[in-house]
Design a binder for this molecule. Structure first.
Ligand SMILES: [Zn+2]
Length: 423
């Protein structure tokens, strides 16, 4: 009998369920990971071309990440913090693993944790490693009755946390187990009396070395078992732990009283306007607008005003005090006096923060005019021309014409109020 051998070309690589399988490690990495890395790079490059100069394309940030990550009502732009996102995912992972410890996805890690006292136990410990994220959810108000001695990053000896199986077995778990009623650590004699199991003095001394002061730095946690605990909620919580107040708030706070910050921060979002217009307002509020005196700290440039060289240019000057901008705002006041039944007074506070008026309609429209006006001054500065109310008026006309074509609620609202006031 004759055998017919089929001649196979043995395949070195196969693709199974979307993953390349090969004996060659290098090839495996190249085929599985390189295309993904390249794709991510392309996406990030596309982001660089987007209009996000406020955050700084690959450049030094003008505002701290902590401020940018804040909510809009607090002067941020709700920027995603990758650290928090990463923590958020980890917390979610732990949440899921607790729900289904036997599932294919979790049984291995759950078993690994089991060897160290179980995931539940580790989460209660103050273990500053991968579980940092999760510990945030579980540690509530500090209490010695809830603080576990073992694997606690603050209860250390020679920089190592403690774990004594024998003591654990004797039910010495919480800090309260080695404290007297007054909160002091027990002495060796007291300990022997209360715990009724023999411990050598040497072993006991290991615990005496700990410092209780640091325990009191515990803060409220979040409850990951609740349904409300979404990724966004976790991120918000993590952010709240390192929230800082924007410097602009202090700066303008020293100039004005009774500032309604939330209103000022969110003002540009009430209108359908270009991001560039919002940016000018945002930078002024944060006191990071690039006036000549501001830039002169970093590059060799004069501090003189762009409109009139004999004066120094700072934010207040450029947008209000300069004679050219003053004239611009006076013309705007006159325009309202002539074209409407309202008289308005534009003061520094109205220009920098927001304009207040008991009449909601006029307040809305004047704020819109001020925002576009500030953008006009900004454009004039960089194109080295003087602000002109006449060209500003054309800009407003064009703006109204363009939003008239939009169907959304905000623009319809603007149009309605604009017509009410100017007719
Ligand atoms: Zn000037």
């Amino acid at each position: 009998m004759k055998f017919h051998y089929a001649i196979f070309q043995l395949k070195k690589t196969v693709k199974y369920l979307g993953i390349y399988i090969s004996r060659n490690l290098k090839e495996r990495q190249e085929k599985n990971f390189n295309p993904k890395i390249q794709k991510t790079k392309n996406i990030l490059n596309m982001w660089l071309q987007r209009d996000v100069s406020m955050i700084g394309r690959n450049k030094r940030r003008h505002l701290q990440k902590e401020i940018l990550a804040g909510s809009r009502a607090e002067g941020g732009v709700e920027l995603l913090d990758f650290g928090d996102l990463n923590y958020g995912f980890k917390i979610k992972w732990i949440k899921e693993s607790r729900k289904a410890p036997d599932s294919l996805w979790y049984f291995i890690p759950v078993n690994v944790f089991e060897k160290m006292g179980g995931l539940q136990f580790l989460l209660l410990c103050d273990y500053d490693q991968t579980l940092t994220a999760a510990k945030l959810c579980f540690v509530h108000n500090f209490s010695p009755h809830k603080t576990i001695i073992w694997n606690n990053e603050y209860i250390t000896r020679k920089n190592k946390s403690l774990y004594l199986q024998k003591w654990m077995d004797k039910n010495i778990i919480y800090l309260s187990d080695i404290q007297s009623e007054t909160g002091q650590l027990l002495s060796y004699e007291e300990f022997l009396k209360s715990q009724l199991f023999p411990v050598t003095f040497k072993e006991f001394k290991r615990l005496l070395m700990l410092s209780t002061v640091e325990f009191y730095s515990y803060q409220h946690g979040i409850d990951i078992k609740s349904k409300r605990c979404t990724n966004k909620h976790i991120r918000k919580y993590l952010y709240s732990k390192r929230k800082i107040s924007p410097c602009g708030k202090c700066f303008w706070g020293s100039h004005f009283t009774h500032v309604h910050w939330e209103k000022s921060w969110t003002l540009p979002h009430k209108f359908v306007i270009n991001n560039k217009i919002r940016e000018v307002h945002f930078k002024i509020l944060h006191n990071i607008y690039p006036t000549n005196s501001n830039i002169s700290h970093f590059v060799n440039i004069g501090t003189a005003c762009e409109f009139r060289k004999s004066e120094e240019e700072d934010i207040k000057h450029l947008f209000f005090e300069c004679c050219h901008t003053k004239l611009f705002w006076r013309k705007m006041e006159l325009y309202f006096a002539n074209k409407t039944t309202h008289t308005i007074k534009l003061e520094l506070k109205a220009i920098i923060l927001d304009y207040m008026n008991n009449n909601q309609e006029i307040q809305y429209i004047v704020n819109l005019f001020i925002l576009i006006g500030k953008f006009h001054i900004h454009k004039s500065k960089f194109s080295k021309t003087l602000p002109s109310f006449e060209s500003f008026n054309i800009e407003v006309d064009n703006y109204i014409k363009s939003i008239r074509l939009l169907q959304n609620k905000k623009s319809q609202h603007t149009i309605r109020l604009y017509e009410e006031i100017f007719n």
